[in-house]
Design a binder for this molecule. Structure first.
Ligand code: 5GP
Length: 190
């Protein structure tokens, strides 16, 4: 079996955001959330698994009281593209009625997954819902999404690392890189 370094050499074309760049941006976003939510106690909802490191780094720099909860979803359809049909694999542990929600996402691509999630959460009558995403691939958007906190804009490439995977691999890279998606699909699926 290939070790991570050989997989990176073979499939990661270039580094898009270094560990330092990511950490700086996360600190800036945390500062804004600290200011915006002073005196409040938001529920941070992280969408598993991709937002794992982002939510972990982000929340450790928040100096407001908060609840942390998780949702896990699965998109149907051929990977890695999203069809928008979503299955809920893990729901929240607590009710969110009357609460201020911050959804933390790894990347918003077409927006279909998130628009499903927002609809699902709105039906539970929270006081407010805001979206915080590390990456925004806005060129591919199919449904409009209002993003309050955003890390970086990304072009139409397939990115991995800092939580983002391809076939469960590359998540644990500390930086975000561009995957050679054609080569990876060819080698992994054929
Ligand atoms: P959407 O519903 O916005 O099209 O898709 C969002 C989901 O698709 C993300 O949460 C992520 O799981 C996956 N996704 C979209 N673009 C990328 C990408 O460039 N890299 C990775 N690893 N996943 C992506």
């Amino acid at each position: 079996m290939d070790d991570l370094n050989s997989l990176v050499e073979k499939y990661v074309k270039k580094v898009l955001f270094t560990e330092e760049e990511i950490q700086l941006r996360v600190a800036e976003i945390s500062e804004r959330i600290n200011e915006d939510y002073t005196g409040l106690e938001p529920v941070i909802i992280a969408v598993l698994k991709g937002s794992l490191y982002f939510v972990s780094d982000l929340t450790r720099q928040l100096n407001i009281p908060l609840s942390l909860d998780f949702m896990a979803i699965e998109s149907y359809g051929p990977q890695p593209s999203s069809s928008g049909a979503v299955k809920l694999l893990k729901d929240l542990d607590q009710p969110i009625e009357g609460r201020d929600i911050i959804i933390v996402e790894d990347i918003i691509d077409t927006g279909l997954t998130l628009s499903y999630l927002i609809r699902n959460l709105k039906a539970r009558n929270p006081r407010s819902i805001r979206v915080c995403t590390l990456l925004d691939k806005s060129v591919r958007r199919l449904v409009p999404i209002e993003i309050t906190y955003k890390g970086f804009e990304v072009p139409d490439v397939f990115v991995v690392g800092y939580g983002l995977d391809f076939e469960q691999k590359f998540r644990n890279l500390p930086y975000i890189g561009v995957l050679d998606i054609d080569r990876a699909v060819e080698d992994f699926y054929e």
